[in-house]
Structure formats: C-alpha cells, structure tokens
Design a protein around this ligand. Sequence first.
Ligand SMILES: Cc1ncc(COP(=O)(O)O)c(C=O)c1O
Length: 352
Amino acid sequence: MWKYKEFMPVDESKIVTLQEGGTPFLKCDKLGQDLNIELWVKVEGSNPTGSFKDRGMSVGISKALELGVDTVGCASTGNTSASLAAYAARAGLKCVVILPSGKVALGKLAQAMFHGAQVLSMDGNFDEALEAVTTLALEGELYLLNSVNPFRLEGQKSIGFEIIDDLGWNSPDRIILPVGNAGNISAIWKGICEFHEAGFMQDLPMMTGIQAQGASPIVNAFKKNSLEIETVEKPETVATAIRIGAPVSYLKALRAIYDSNGYAETVTDEEILDAQKMLARTEGIGVEPASAASIAGLIKLREQGIIDKNEQIVCIVTGHLLKDPETAINACSKPVKIKTDIDNLREILKQK
Ligand SMILES: Cc1ncc(COP(=O)(O)O)c(C=O)c1O
C-alpha cells in the first residue's frame, strides 16, 4: 500500500511495514451470474496478519515511532489486537491489549499472545474495553491505536485507493462492507474522496454498510434517516468482529453512506454463516463470519431490489477464514474415520 505514500501523513524514514496491502481483487463470475451483477471481491484476509487492520496499523505504528512513544495499546474484538501485537513487535514497542472475555475468536487470540502483547481479558464487552483503554491513554499510560486514532484510518483508506486502481481508475457502482466500530467504511470513503478530488476518477461509489442484526446501531439510524445512533447495550452476533453496540466512528460512517447515496442493512447470523460457506464453496474464498456479512448483505439487497441488475459491485471481505476456526469447524460435518486398508477406503468413496 506504500505505493500511495504521498497520501499518507508519515515520515518516510520511520515506516514500519510487513508489506500490507496489495491484496487480491477477484472477479467472482459464478456468484455474480447467480445475482445478475458484476461482482468483485477484495480479499483483505491476505494481509500479513490476516485482516485489513494491518493497513491502519502500519501507519499507526509508524506514527507512534515518529512520536517517540514506548507503549501502544488497544481494545479489540480480536483483529486489531492481532495486528497491533505484530506491528508493535516489529517496531520494538511494548503492547497492551484489552479483549472482551470469551468473545474473541481463537486465531486472533493466539496471534496477540504469540506476538508478545500483554493480553488482558475483561469481563465486559468491546465498548467497555474501549472505554477503559481510552482512560489509560488519556492518563498517558499508552498510545491508543484503536480506529479513533486518525492515523489508523489514513492507512485503511488505501483499500479505497486499490479498488479504484484495480478497476483501471474507475469507480464501481457500489462498495459493500461489514461495519463494526465504523472506522473502515469512513476510511475507505475518505480515500475515495481524495482520489476523486485529485482528479484520478470521475464517478463515486455508493458506500453500503452491513451490520449484524444483534449489533446494528448504524443501520437503525440509517433507517430513521438520522445522524444520531442509539447505543445497543448488549450487542450479540456470531460475527464477533462486529459485535459492537457503540461504534466510535458512527458519524463519519453515516456521512459516508448519505453523501455517497449509499445504503445500510442488517443480516442475521444465519445469513452470515450461509454466505460464508457459499463464498468458500463456490468461489474458493475463505473468510471469517464478519467478512461474510458483506456477501450476505449483497444477496439481501439484491433480493430487495435495492441493488439493480448489472451493477458493478465490490464486496470487501475483511478477515481470513482461519481467524475463527471454531465457527468454521462447527459449520461442517466431522471428517469420516477410515481404516488403513485400501478396500475400506474404496468402499467409503463408493458411498459418496
Ligand atoms: C474482520 C472484520 N471485519 C469488519 C470489522 C469492522 O470494521 P470497523 O470496526 O472498522 O467497522 C472488523 C473490526 O474489528 C473486523 O475485524
């Protein structure tokens, strides 16, 4: 992503990178034909720690070095902590992460621990963890690298740059992505607007945010045509990455949706898990549940007629399948046990 460094506000000599960005941009003809649209999928699970967070963390940690801090921290539903732990390790900084106890997918927890972060498990949800770490940051204990940190968003806007670049300096009709704390949709829209103002593209995409039904304050506000959200006190969804009731960047996200003539919709956990499996089995793209919300949302909005036929659509899938191995295993039938003799194997294959 550093090919766009002129758009990133950092000191070039201080860049900390694991070669994030430049992720696959795949045309999905089978799914596209089924839905009568032109579908592209931006695979953010191919980033170094397996999610789009690496883009923001590369800029955020570079800035932390520039500022001379020694400790960085975040609250996280998982991916932010995995990414921060890796980039802090690369920069030689101390890292503290606060996670909602029992609600972080196993792969993400393993990453944060393995990269040497101090992992604190809080008896509360993400919103409460964020409040706690923000207090620590205001007291000067650490440099906060949640997406309230504007430098995180400066990195994540490169997703928008790449989509336009990938499409030959053209905008798609629509960009669809899952929304949790709402930093990513805001960042991508910022990037798109910067490219537009620079004269690199003519049209603008309709920004379309998808939330899980049990954690949907932004969609609720959108349905009321409002710029204010009502906090969801007890957010719940299988897509733990977007299990957030009080999204920090809600205002920027709603502005992105309204200003781009976009849309916001909810999907159920069942729709998320069905879409996750379908994407894996028809297109070979393995994503974690939150990421599949974009595909589930696409299907729903196409059925509702909000999305027109022949639209050119980019779905952003934000994190890798292996982030949440437990949910993946639970969605499949168990491996068939076989004996070592070849006749038994032939017998089993015949049954299939
Ligand atoms: C895989 C995945 N998708 C989507 C999101 C939501 O992104 P944002 O909080 O920027 O809206 C997250 C955030 O943790 C995530 O990890």
